[in-house]
Ligand binder design. Sequence first.
Ligand code: SF4
Length: 397
Amino acid sequence: MRRTIELAVLGILPVHKHHNGMNHSVIVDFSRFSFLKEFFPRASRKDWKNWQWQIANSIVDLEKLEEIVKLNSHEKTELQQLNVLLPLRITPYYANLLAGLSSDHPLRKTVIPSEKELTLSFGEAADPLHEEADKKVPGLVHRYPDRVLVLLTDFCAANCRYCTRSRLVGQQHKVCDFDKVVNYIKEHKEVRDVLLSGGDPLTLTDARLEFYLQKIRAIEHVEMIRIGTKVPAVMPQRITPQLAQMLRRYQPLYMSIHFTHPVELTPEVQTACNLLADTGIPLGSQTVLLKNVNDSAETLKKLFHELLKVRVKPYYLYQCDPIFGSAHFRTSVCDGLKIMEKLRGHTSGYAVPTYVIDAPGGGGKIPVQSNYVIDENADQVFLKNYEGNIYAYPKQK
Ligand code: SF4
């Protein structure tokens, strides 16, 4: 049975005190240590808590994956036949999470390759969002009027099989010419919002990330910085008090965290989110709607409620982008709308993200929602509420 305990309370691990007087004691699930002993016998508990050890020891080949995750026969056959574009990469922490789930748990599909990735379907493309076309200098995409996307690295802690940037991730190419990125932003005074993404910016060291943050923060017309990351979900060890304090120096800085399923909200992940929130970093979540993974109102409601408990506001629910070999992950838009109807009004507004389709061809994010305005006449607008009841609202004369 899992036994979670605050080791700091027992004096085994240090307690980190913060500006607000709250403790961020390191929460560790003891079952992780028996896993460590079994699959990484030469590693120590200290190693487990070190994010760089997590990266260095990530599962990148079939042999190690099979040893840990106990693949079912279907998965084994698929993997033996595969030579996929996006490399396999799973942190030991996340592999431990998967190993504790049943062999048919949907979350496994999100990081374990499948032969379905080799099937090309209608409308799919390597770069469906046309980011390459909107790339102004290496590493900078400028699509919307007042904000830019900066791809700092092509490296992620764990590679998601449905990744929009699978054409780049894990390819070990230099994706960013940072001097050119800074010059571009300086020359474009309309840019007030810079989103740092990748790959995953939180796989960079504190020093490297701070170097980038300093340069961007020094540009006078940049009002806010955002970081897009999946690291808190797949490698919560990275969220150290030192990292949080460093990020705090670059406020206003927002973080959008990629979450997929409620089982990701482990005690370690909860601690990581609370640490960031206590440091004053506003947190939002981004979730990709994935067929047979999280495409039910119950699963998503649970995920969004768990996120709110650790002060992460559900921000975007994305329709899965049509990258090559992603048909098995894509739901219909109609199903997505039905899920949203089961959320809107049925739970707190804070727990309801905006459902968006990132338009193929570079059209940007387009919100989609059911039509709640069903009719109008000269005097009134007719609206449908979450229960399907019709109400009239008087028009202003
Ligand atoms: S974390 Fe984001 S960028 Fe990295 S593989 Fe997953 S979806 Fe792609």
